[in-house]
Design a protein around this ligand. Sequence first.
Ligand code: SF4
Ligand code: SF4
Length: 223
Amino acid sequence: MLRSEQKPFEEILGYLEGEDKVFILGCDGCAQSSQTGGMPQVLATKQLLEGVGKEVAGYSVIDFLCEKALVASRLRPLEEKVMEADSLLVLTCGVGVQSVAAMVQKPVHPGCNTISLGGSRGEWRGSERCLECGDCLLHYTGGICPLTACSKGLRNGACGGASNGKCEVSREKDCGWEQIHERLREVGRLDQLKHFIPPKSWNKMRPRPEMLSTSLWALEQKD
Ligand code: SF4
Ligand code: SF4
């Protein structure tokens, strides 16, 4: 289970600057139970976007956006509408957004922030990882999380230590920032690298007081 909350609409609109048509994707897994990316939220977001003059090329809610094979098979019949959109707005956790970015060669915008459950998180089979940082950056990084793909969690570009595409921390690992650069190049968004990402607010990675009263936390209490 990954818990998410919707980003402010103004932030989402900022992501869509210069774009006319967007395809909205929701998730019937964790995002549906977080009430951030099920069909009601997808339809509400569609209405908000149309209200400010954006065209919604299409929308869909897929059972688990973190499952790449499922994303690919469910989007295949909708391929024409997806491809006519300038980008995809994805209402789900950071893993789901990264999974969509890996399967669709289009700019992908996160519509939600994944918030901390204090280290208690679900399992998934893909290579995408999310640290539940509470302030999703995937819009700026081609849908690849810099906090998990880069060994040092760098937020504003590579450290310069990579060699032949491999990370200086471990030569077994691909350099996350080289992957981000390549993905941004593929979707024509290298300009995002000019955007400065301010220092992280670590406070956003702490579980919120209201989370401590959920059944998930209750299970961990003694007696
Ligand atoms: S930037 Fe990374 S850690 Fe933060 S919410 Fe997005 S995917 Fe998760
Ligand atoms: S080599 Fe790449 S992945 Fe490794 S720490 Fe430097 S920027 Fe991050």
